[in-house]
Design a binder for this molecule. Structure first.
Ligand SMILES: NC(=O)c1ccc[n+]([C@@H]2O[C@H](COP(=O)([O-])OP(=O)(O)OC[C@H]3O[C@@H](n4cnc5c(N)ncnc54)[C@H](OP(=O)(O)O)[C@@H]3O)[C@@H](O)[C@H]2O)c1
Length: 289
C-alpha cells in the first residue's frame, strides 16, 4: 500500500497563539482515524496573505480547508472564487473550502454558529429586545444573522466605544439586508440593559482579567440571557456579575464549537457525524477546565 499524505487544513490569522482550533480538529481527526492534519498559518501582513493565496491556488497545494481569523476575515474576500450568500451579505469570511481544481469557496460560519448555540440554549430571538456591545468582526457576523433570521428580534441596540465604527457597520450592512431593527446608541446607558432580553458582548473586553465590564452590573436581571463571545476565561467578570443577578449566562465556547462543525461540513461536503462532534466538543470543554 502506498503512503497517502495527510489532507491539510488550518487557520490563517495573526496572532494565532491562543487558537483552540488545532487542538479541537486534530483530536477529532485522530480519534476517528482521518488522515488529515490541522495547522496554524500565521501571516504577519497583507503581503504574506497575498503570497499565501498565490500558493494556495497552485496545482498540488495540499491545503483543502481553512479557517480565517483576525485580521483577515474581510481581506480574504478579495481572493475567493465564490461566496456563499450569508458571507456575501455579512461581508466577512471565516471558512474557506478549496477544491482539487484549486477553486476557493468562502463561507461565514460564525453567524450560523452563534444561532445554533442560541438554539441549544433554548433562546428564541422572536420579538426579543437585544442589547449588543461591539462593532468588530464578530459583531458583523452576529448582527447580520440577527437581521437575516426568519424569527427576528423586535429591536437591537448597538453600542461601540468607537461610535463611527458602529454607524459604518450598520450603514454597510443596510446595503445588503433590512437593518431597520438596529439602533446605534452613543452611550452604554442607552442600551437600556435593564429592559433587554439579551445582552451580547462581542468586544474583547474580558479577555484580560483586569478589564472592567462595559455594562453596569446593576442593570442585569433574572429574565435575561447574557452572552459573552469570549470563552477563555470561561467566566468573564461580565458573566460573573450577570450570574450574581440571576441572569442566564453563556460564554462563546458553544459558538466556537458550532462554527467549527459547520466549517467541517463545508470541507467534507456532508454533515459530519455525531461521534466526530462529540470529540470536538469534549476536547474544547476539557481544554478550558
Ligand atoms: N466564540 C467564538 O466563536 C468567537 C469567534 C470570534 C471571535 N470571538 C471573540 O470575540 C472577541 C472580538 O473579536 P473580533 O474579531 O470581533 O475583534 P475586533 O474585530 O478586533 O473587534 C474588537 C471589538 O472590541 C472593542 N474593544 C476592544 N477593546 C475595548 C475596550 N477596551 N473598551 C471598549 N471596547 C473595546 C472594539 O471597539 P473599537 O471599535 O472601539 O476598537 C471592537 O468593537 C474576541 O475576544 C474573540 O476572541 C469569539
Amino acid at each position: 500500500m502506498s503512503y497517502q499524505p495527510p489532507a491539510i487544513y488550518g487557520i490563517i490569522g495573526y496572532p494565532l497563539t491562543h487558537s483552540l482550533s488545532p487542538l479541537m480538529h486534530n483530536a477529532a481527526f485522530k480519534a476517528l482515524k482521518v488522515n488529515a492534519v490541522y495547522k496554524l498559518f500565521e501571516l504577519k501582513d497583507d503581503e504574506e496573505l497575498k503570497l499565501f493565496f498565490e500558493d494556495l491556488k497552485q496545482e498540488g497545494n495540499p491545503i483543502l480547508g481553512l479557517n480565517v481569523t483576525v485580521p483577515y476575515k474581510e481581506k480574504v474576500l478579495a481572493y475567493v472564487d465564490s461566496l456563499d450568500p450569508f458571507a456575501e451579505k455579512a461581508g466577512a469570511v471565516n471558512t474557506l473550502a478549496i477544491t482539487h481544481q484549486r477553486k476557493i469557496h468562502g463561507f461565514n460560519t460564525d453567524g450560523p454558529g452563534f444561532l445554533s448555540h442560541l438554539e441549544e440554549l433554548n433562546f428564541s430571538l422572536k420579538g426579543k429586545r437585544i442589547a449588543m456591545l461591539g462593532a468588530g468582526g464578530t459583531a458583523r457576523a452576529i448582527l447580520s444573522v440577527l437581521c437575516l433570521v426568519n424569527q427576528r428580534p423586535a429591536g437591537i441596540k448597538l453600542y461601540n466605544r468607537t461610535l463611527s465604527k458602529a454607524r459604518n457597520l450598520v450603514e454597510e450592512l443596510a446595503q445588503k439586508m433590512d437593518t431597520s431593527i438596529v439602533a446605534v446608541v452613543d452611550s452604554v446607558e442607552d442600551l437600556n440593559v435593564e429592559l433587554a432580553d439579551c445582552l451580547i458582548n462581542t468586544t474583547s473586553v474580558g479577555l484580560k482579567a483586569e478589564a472592567k465590564p462595559l455594562v453596569d452590573p446593576g442593570h442585569f436581571h433574572a429574565d435575561m440571557l447574557v452572552y459573552d463571545v469570549i470563552y477563555n476565561p470561561a467566566q468573564t467578570d461580565l458573566l460573573k456579575a450577570a450570574k450574581a443577578k440571576g441572569a442566564k449566562t453563556s460564554n462563546g465556547l458553544g459558538m466556537l464549537y458550532y462554527q467549527a462543525v459547520l466549517a467541517l461540513n463545508h470541507w467534507s461536503g456532508v454533515d459530519i457525524d455525531d461521534k466526530y462532534k462529540k470529540v470536538m466538543r469534549q476536547t474544547l470543554e476539557s481544554s478550558l477546565k
